[in-house]
Design a protein around this ligand. Structure first.
Ligand SMILES: [Zn+2]
Length: 142
């Protein structure tokens, strides 16, 4: 492990950049495997109020909001404007968080394990924001 901000001569990038790269490449694997299977295991059929036809829905664990499994909306950015691309109206939250990746060699295995096998719950985007803020505050206090 090299010093903070120092470029590793083997990879040509800093360890921080490598961690970011690893995370952003592992997340799509999660999305296509255990996240997908989890959604399949909790989804149910309900009548779409807009069309009157049956569709697959999930429920927000925190507020009970019923959302279409493939329902997408443009999210509001921090500056109040809308994001360019529509995204899922819900998030799959890792209830116990994901083990932070610190030293890659020592923590990548745990990071991976908690990302893929950690307990998950469906939450709507506003409830997920509240959870993330709460988790951040707790991490700071520990
Ligand atoms: Zn909610």
């Amino acid at each position: 492990m090299t010093k903070r901000g120092q470029i590793n001569p083997v990879t040509g990038i800093t360890d921080g950049k490598l961690r970011t790269l690893l995370k952003s490449n592992l997340r799509p694997i999660w999305r296509n495997t255990s996240r997908k299977e989890f959604i399949k295991s909790v989804r149910r059929k309900a009548t779409n109020p807009k069309t009157g036809r049956l569709w697959n829905v999930v429920d927000c664990k925190d507020c009970g909001l019923v959302m279409g499994v493939s329902e997408k909306k443009r999210r509001v950015k921090r500056d109040g404007t809308l994001e360019k691309k529509a995204k899922s109206v819900y998030e799959v939250d890792h209830v116990n968080g994901i083990t932070p990746m610190v030293d890659i060699r020592e923590t990548l295995g745990e990071y991976w394990h908690t990302l893929i096998y950690g307990e998950m719950e469906i939450v709507c985007v506003p409830c997920h924001k509240k959870r993330t803020a709460k988790q951040r505050a707790e991490t700071r206090n520990n």
